[in-house]
Design a protein around this ligand. Structure first.
Ligand SMILES: NC(=O)c1ccc[n+]([C@@H]2O[C@H](COP(=O)([O-])OP(=O)(O)OC[C@H]3O[C@@H](n4cnc5c(N)ncnc54)[C@H](O)[C@@H]3O)[C@@H](O)[C@H]2O)c1
Length: 324
């Protein structure tokens, strides 16, 4: 009977993974804690490892005697030392596509909340202030421009949702093909043009050196002073100190962030502002997306245990040589 170790879990239960792995009669064992020694208690002789946030450094990976795959419950794999896994011939997989509806919905929810000023109106109304004057001005969505920074999987789902509100959608993504943009009815613009013409800017790039503090002090003065900035990608893409200063200087009208430079934030110059909406990195979450995530990660393990190629390897060179 194959043994599958689970280093750590954020799920209410592991039923979806159990259901997938029951097909090969695998036993799932959850580590009692996130430390290397405790993880090794269940993982040392496991055929596969499922992991969420637990650190998997080279010393731990070197002690996995039988492991053929480390499957991450998530999109990023920064908790796993990939070179170490590769050198031990262990396939590492991720799940890049479990929450695309949720994140694109969340980006739209933030956009609508900013434009319609829902959070501040709600707070005021609950406090007994039934006033229209306090929310003025609000502008019509139809005919405005949404600038998408990157046009990967998530913004490709944001675009049609925004268009349903009569918003024109433009995108800055140096790597996406003209075909993809044309099929989506989205106009390609360069970064400067995007800053200049967008009424709302929604960030969807990966966090890489080229995008770290992409939105910094030099960028905000090039935006419309009436524009809103939305970030559901990764916190450090925005320099938050510079953003707070730009808001003070009225270089933009407001911002909505699901991700922050430090999570959880230990205080922030963005706290307490009526024109800033903050959510605690929950864009990915729905009950359904968590089931998808668990199922898809466990399916990668099932593929390896049944000699089939995995779908989303991070080290494809190992995956290729492991497939008969
Ligand atoms: N908040 C959340 O809960 C949550 C959940 C899932 C994903 N995310 C984040 O959302 C972001 C987008 O995810 P996705 O699935 O759409 O990604 P994706 O991998 O499908 O697409 C990334 C896109 O970024 C483009 N890109 C790369 N470098 C760029 C640059 N310097 N400038 C402009 N474009 C660039 C690529 O060409 C590609 O089209 C990622 O940062 C991801 O980490 C957040």
């Amino acid at each position: 009977m194959p043994l599958v170790a689970v280093t750590d879990s954020v799920f209410p239960n592991l039923d979806p993974a159990h259901n997938v792995l029951a097909q090969v009669g695998a036993e799932l064992r959850l580590a009692a804690g996130p430390t290397a020694e405790v993880i090794l208690d269940v993982a040392r002789d496991a055929d596969a490892v499922l992991t969420t946030y637990a650190k998997m450094p080279p010393e731990l990976i070197a002690q996995l005697r039988r492991c053929r795959i480390i499957a991450r419950f998530g999109i990023g794999v920064d908790n796993v030392d990939i070179p170490a896994a590769t050198s031990h011939g262990i396939i590492v997989t991720r799940v890049p596509d479990y929450c695309l509806d949720e994140v694109s919905d969340h980006a739209m929810a933030l956009l609508l909340s900013l434009v319609r000023k829902i959070p501040s109106s709600n707070t005021r109304t609950h406090g007994g202030r039934w006033e229209m004057k306090a929310v003025t001005p609000i502008h019509r969505l139809r005919g405005t421009v949404l600038g998408l920074v990157a046009f990967g999987q998530i913004p490709q789902l944001v675009a049609p949702k925004a268009k349903a509100f009569g918003i024109r959608v433009v995108a800055y993504d140096p790597y996406v093909s003209d075909d993809v943009l044309a099929r989506a009815g989205v106009d390609r613009v360069d970064f400067d043009e995007l800053l200049k013409i967008s009424d709302y800017i929604s960030i969807h790039t990966p966090l890489i050196p080229a995008t770290h503090h992409l939105f910094g002090a030099d960028v905000f003065p090039r935006m419309k002073p009436t524009a809103y900035l939305i970030n559901t990608a990764r916190g450090p893409i925005i320099d938050e100190t510079a953003l707070a200063h730009a808001l003070d200087e009225k270089q933009l009208a407001g911002a909505a962030l699901d991700v922050m430079e430090q999570e959880p934030p230990a205080g922030s110059p963005l706290f307490g502002r009526e024109n800033v909406i903050l959510t605690p990195h929950t864009s990915f979450y729905s009950e359904e997306s968590l089931i998808d995530l668990q199922t898809k990660a466990a399916e990668e393990v099932l593929r390896v245990l049944t000699g089939k190629p995995v779908r989303n390897p991070v080290n494809p060179e190992v995956a290729q040589s492991a497939t008969p």
